[in-house]
Each structure stands twice: as C-alpha cells, then as structure tokens.
Design a binder for this molecule. Sequence first.
Ligand SMILES: Nc1ncnc2c1ncn2[C@@H]1O[C@H](COP(=O)(O)OP(=O)(O)OP(=O)(O)O)[C@@H](O)[C@H]1O
Length: 898
Amino acid sequence: MYNRYIPPPKPKAAQAQPPARTPAAASPAPSQPPRSYAPPPPPAQSYIHPSRAHVHPQEQYEQEPEPTGPKTPSWLQPYVRRVDPNAKPTKITFGDGDDVPAPVISAPAPKIEEKVPEPAEEKPKKSKRSKTDDDDVAEQKPKKRKKESKKESKKEVVVEEDTPEEVEPIPEVPESKLAQDDAQPEVDGVAEEAEEKDKRKPKREKKKKKAAVEETEEDDTGVRSRHKAVFEKVEKALRAQAAAEEDAMDVDGEEKVDDEEEEPAVEHGLEPIPQPTPVVPDESQLTYETLPPWLASPIQATDDMRRPFEELGIPSESAKILKEKGFNDAFAVQTVVLPMLLPQPDRQGDLVIAAPTGSGKTLSYVLPMIQDLSYYPLTRLRAIIVLPTRDLVQQVQQACEACASAYTNWKDKKVRIGTAVGNKSFKEEQLEIMTTKQQYNPDGYERWKQKQRRPWDFLEDDAEDELDANDPHYVEPLPYHTVEHVPNVDILICTPGRLVDHIDKTRGFKLTYVRWLVVDEADKLLSQDYQEWLNAVLKKLNTDEGKPHCRSFAKSNKSGVRKVILSATMAKDISLFNQLKLSRPKLVVLQGTKAGEQSLPPLLKESAIKIRDPSLKPLYLVDLLNSLTAINEETVTKVEEAKESASETSDSESSSDSDSDSSSDSDSDSDSDSGSDSDSDSSSDSSSSSDSESEAEKPKPKVKATTPKRKFDTTVLIFTKSNEAALRLSRLLALLVPDLEPLIGTLTSSTQTSRRTRTLRAFSRGKVRILVASDLVSRGIDLLNLEHVINYDLPMSETSYVHRVGRTARAGRAGHSWTLLEHSQARRFWRDFAGEGKNATTSIMRTAPVERVRITATPEGGDGKTDFADDRVAAYEVALKQLQKEATLGAQREKTGA
Ligand SMILES: Nc1ncnc2c1ncn2[C@@H]1O[C@H](COP(=O)(O)OP(=O)(O)OP(=O)(O)O)[C@@H](O)[C@H]1O
C-alpha cells in the first residue's frame, strides 16, 4: 500500500523543497548540491486539520511535498505576511518542525540547545531539536514520528494562528455527507477498481477537504466574521502557550524541569554535563606607557610607615635631640626617603619626591644632608637649596638649624647655613656668605723677584690689586701667599634670582664642591624662568673648575651632585624633569597617588558655602568667622562642662588681656615699620595695625558690632585674589567687627619682609589669629596652629587650591577649609576642584567629598530674599563708605608726601 508512485518534482520545485520531506531527500542524489548550499525552503503554509493528525506518517510524507509556497491561496497571503516578519521564536513553536522552515528561523538558537544534553531515550515531547537535525528526523521510528506529527500538527496551528483555516476545524463534514462526496466521483464516471477503494479513500478525503476549502474560500469573509470569537480564543491560547514556554525557561535559557510532566533527570541520565566557566571578556584596553619606568612605577610610601629615626640610620644621639625638638618618629615620606639619601658607599641616583602638603618633606632631605656634610671638617659650599619665596627660605633655614644642632655633639664641626634672598644689600649678603683665605703659594716668591726686576710686566696685576682694595673682602696677602675668596657656608638656601646674581657677580663664588642640589616647590621653580637660573647652575655644576674628584669622598654618596626635587603638586610633565638632567632618578610618592595627581592631607575637611548675594560677601565671611568661634566654644564647653560659668567670666577677662597683648604687639610692629616701609606697606599698616596714634586719627565708624565680645579662640587664614583685595578685606573686617581688629594681620607680597616675619611670628604665638593674605603665602608656609583656611576668592588653579588648603591639616593634624562660592563660580569649582558633576576633571585626590554648606538667614531674617537682616546690611554699607573715605585720604597723603 506504500508503493504508490510519486511523480518526481519539477527541477526548480525540487530544489525549493526541503530534502527531508521526501524519502528521496533522505538519500539525496549525487547530482544535488550540498545541503548547506540549498536555498531555504519556502515556509509551510499548508493547513493540516487536527483530525488528520492520525494519518500515517508515510501517508503524510506523500501528501506534504505538494508545493505550497508559490501556490498559497490569495486568502492566506495576508495572514502569512502578518505572521512572517515579527513573529517571536517562542510563539512560533518550530522546535520540532525540523523540516518546516519558518520566518523566525534566522533568530538565534536558544541557549538550551547548547547546554542541555540530549537524553539517551528522549521523549518527543521533551525534544528541543534544532532545525538542522533533519537527518535525525528522517531516521526516527514511525511511532516516534507519529507523535511528532501530532505535535507538528498542533504546532502548525500555532504558526497559522491568524489564518481562517485554523478555525476551519468547524467544517467537520458529517459522515453521511462525506460518503456522498466520496461517492460523487464514481457517479461522475471516474472508474476505480473496487479493491483500490480503500486506498483512494485518503485521496478522496483530500479532495473533499479541497472542496471544503474552496467552499470556505468563497465564504471567507462570512466565516471570519462568524468565527471572530473563536479566532480570539485561539489567539489567547497561543499567547498562553508561548508564555508557558517562556516560563519553562530559566534565566540561563535552560528549560526548567517540571516535576509533574517530566521525568526526573536522574532516571534518564540528564545530569548536566559540567560546563566550562564562561570566559569573561577582557574589556581592558591596551595602553602604551609614555612615561619612563621610574616615573611610571614610583616607590610608594604608606601612611602607617612611621619609624623611629634610629632605625633609619640617624645616630641615636641625634635622634635623641630630635625627639627633644618634637620630632619623635619619622613620618611616612621620611621613612622611605631617609635611607635613600643618607650617606652610603654605593653610588646613588637622584630623587624626586611628590607628597602632600605638610607631610614632612623638608626634614626628609635636610636630615641626611646635614649628616653627610657634618663629616667634613672644612667649610665649603657643598649644598644649595632653592626655594621660590623669601618666607620659605627662612622656614627651611630654621629646619636646617634645628637639624644641625642635633649633630653638633656627634662631630666637632657644626654645619654652617646661609641664606641669599635679597632682603639685604648685595654687599652685606656677600660678606655673610663669603670669606677670604690666605693660601701659601711657593710661586709667590718667584713672582715677587720678577716684579722687582721687571715692574712694567705687572701693571695689570697692580690694577687688579687696586680693585681688590675696594672689595669688602680685600685682605693684604702674606708673603708667599695668595688671597682666596671662598664661600663661608656649607649650605646655601636661596631664591633662584639671588643665586644667579651671586654666580655672576660674587668673586670666588664657585660651585666646585657642591654635592647637593635641592629644588623645593619644584613645579613652580621649573615652570617659571627665573633668569634661566637652572641653566646657569647646571653649567657650573658640570665643571670641576680644575679640582678633579672634589665631589667624591669615601663614606659618601659617590655621585657628583645629588639632586633632590620636591613638590606637593608635581606635574607629570617629563620635559620639566628633562631640564634637570637627572641621573638614575627615582620617584617617591604617597600611596595611591601617581605623578601628576595632587593629594590633599588625609585629615583635611573641605566645605563650600554658597553666596546668594555676592555684593554682601563680606557679611557671609563675618558669619562664617562667628560660626567658627562658636564651634570651638561648643567643643570647649563639652570638655569643661563643670567649669562653664567660671570660663565665661575668664573668657571676657582673657579676651581683654589678649586684646591688649595683641595691641601692644601690633603697636611695636607698626612703630618699627612706619619709618622704613614703602608706601604700599604703610597702607598695609593702616589695615592691620592698631596703632594708638592712628586710632585717634581715624574717624570712628558707626558700625554696629555684629558679634558679642568674646574670645576668638581659633586661627584662620583668609586667601584673596590680590594684594589690594587682601588689604581692603582686612580693613573691612576690622570695621565690621571691631572686636576682631587687633587679631587681624595682613600678608601680601608688597608687605616688607621684616613685617611679614613679625606677623607670622605673632600668628604662631597666637597674638594674631586671623591672617588675610594673597597667594604669596599659599606655598610651603608652615603654620602649625592654623585650624581653618578660607578661600574668600576662588583660586586660579587646582594647584593653587591644593597649596592654599594645605596650609592647614599639617603634620598629621586635623584642619578645615572653606570656599565661598558665588553663583558664577560654582560650576567651575565643583568640576575642576571638587571633581563632582558632569565632566569632572579634577586631578585632586581627597579622602572625603567636599561638603556643601549654606548660611541660613539670621533670626531677624530680612525679607527672605537676602540672607541678612536689614540693619546688618545698613551697617555694612556704612563700613563700605568709611573704607572709601580712608582710601581717598591715603591717596591724598601719597600725593602730598605726608
Ligand atoms: N617627624 C616629624 N615629627 C613631627 N613633626 C614633623 C616631623 N617631620 C616634619 N614635621 C613637622 O611637620 C610640619 C610640616 O612639615 P614640612 O613643612 O616639611 O611639610 P612639607 O611636606 O614640606 O609641606 P609643604 O609641601 O606644604 O611645604 C612642620 O611643622 C614640621 O616641623
């Protein structure tokens, strides 16, 4: 019964048909193109009635090859199109329709096919076969195939969900009618043999179905409208089925095991095959380091690296003296740097140190330098320390003196330290740092004898001797001696300009024996061309000036000149380092930072205050100062609760005490400065001193004091954008809060050095508590008792910000910085300095984000639009007028020369 002839498909149609559909496809003819190159078969559009699901698989085989694609009836086309483009793989359940191509075939195969292994005896129901398993399908047993056919039929319904044929099951033709229909062909004279009747029955059925379809086609519109509800039901059922299938997949795309429906995995050996761990794709991008190795991989110092000085190679006697001076243990940077810089028999390279402000960089190079130089009994200029400002020179000088005194008992010779900053006349400075030396010279006698015989040959020498006589260092040479001019210091601490002056103009100022060159605040010194100082110095250092090996000694670093370069804000700019011509350099940084990054002290807290009305900015400052005092008072109150009432009384007393102390201090300052200071200094006098005479002259401003008279027990450094701004602000503060006047000092580059020194000294003693300054003191100045830094004006750069706020929170202490932010500055501040918000570009490393602070309205509160009450605003305006008057008066005095 299965030997029925199947006409061979037409050549074109044969190519278009899926090979697995026909028995011939199971063993394709050799002439057929390879399977992989076969064009995709047309989508199955034929509808199979569920009642046909029982049809024998072989019979189905024979019926299905009928070309359907090209001959799809017109009524089916719209539905085909609707299904085709957007069908979801889960909805269109082609899982078992191995040979049924579908529009969604191009969708990626579900992962389940990769992960879940095929069970040995897999039930058709659970089979999740890929479409490409055509050959396997062809080999399946008829029984299995029958099951699949059923499933396939069911799924085909799913595919053709929108076609009218799906709901066409309703036209179940009664048996009687079928019989009639069956009989009809015989009536029409189509002769068939009786024994083949049964065979033809399926064909008849097919014809019957075709007739029914034709009927349906005619009645298409009517059927659709009639069975609208049924369509909807089918659609719902399909959706539910798709959802159920989706639910049956876990997150990894593997099919969930249903306890009820599916057999336990154990019984069928479905244990998942161990899978390799998924490879996490490496998304890191290759980068190419452009920095030299020493700069790219620095030596890291960590905060917890504190060690006793003795353990680092400092003689115990010296360590003891250091302890007495308050240097108990070496800080982290010192712990790393000291062993590298202390004298060693091995030749050592140069060192670049990039560590935050207040981390103790100064001691890290001063200590080993002093120890090294104290080996030499003769005083020679062996070390030069270059710094950008006079104040820093003085500060480092103090550090050097402290360390030198720690070595006096250890060796007989004390290291001599000199400075050259230009605060004295050049001759005075020469006398300080230079001396003369009588040098025995056996040639002197010969020369003397020749001069007696031929005096005209020595006219030039005589002229030189005459010149020497005008020299402050001129000394009459002893017989057979020559006079040598030599530096009188072991270490010279100087500004670059003054150093170049001495190299050029001071007789005998040679760098022949110099073995240490320290450049502190290097980023500033190297970025600005101070008379090409570096070239001038390096040129001198590269020559031994006729004294070979003058820089090589036993027990010492054998390098010619040891260069130590330091900064808290070291730039990554390699060209800066190239200028220094470093030899085998090493970079030391504090952990977590790189060259080019600028880290803040770990105990620094930063806050930013929004200024709603920039015209009232000084009032915000006054409120901030008041709040700082209040904060400190609160702390004191907590600690000394029991003595609260007593402390209030003593507060007022001590307040007046301190006032009088400060006044006397300021008095002496203004007295001494008034005679010698320049005009610009005299203006600073008026702003910061409380001279009794000038007090009397000053018209008393009618400004209502905004603060109760109390002790201002904290210390504040206020930064402004210029000298002029600093002078104005300090005077305005004094007018707004007269109680504070004696506690205010001003530091600008126009202030005379001696006055600056006195102000700094008064501040360190606590007599001056508020310093108003320009950026002059933003670098390096070490004010250990400073608790708050206020950026009244926004700094120009990140580097400037780091140096300013780094004046507090030094040497492991806590500190607080405040930045007053006008609306127009806020964006730049948060982006460039705080590193917050979109396009944050800061290179500042900090331990905590910047805190946002808002000054709220005073209780009396104004109209709500401003942060200050009306009476305060009025008082401020009075103070401004007063300031204007004083400025005009000062200008008139300047003109008249009074
Ligand atoms: N080992 C130590 N023990 C106690 N105090 C120290 C020690 N080393 C340094 N100090 C103190 O720490 C303070 C800051 O040191 P230093 O001025 O060297 O910092 P810095 O890193 O050079 O800062 P900046 O970059 O701002 O110049 C100084 O007052 C110094 O005396």
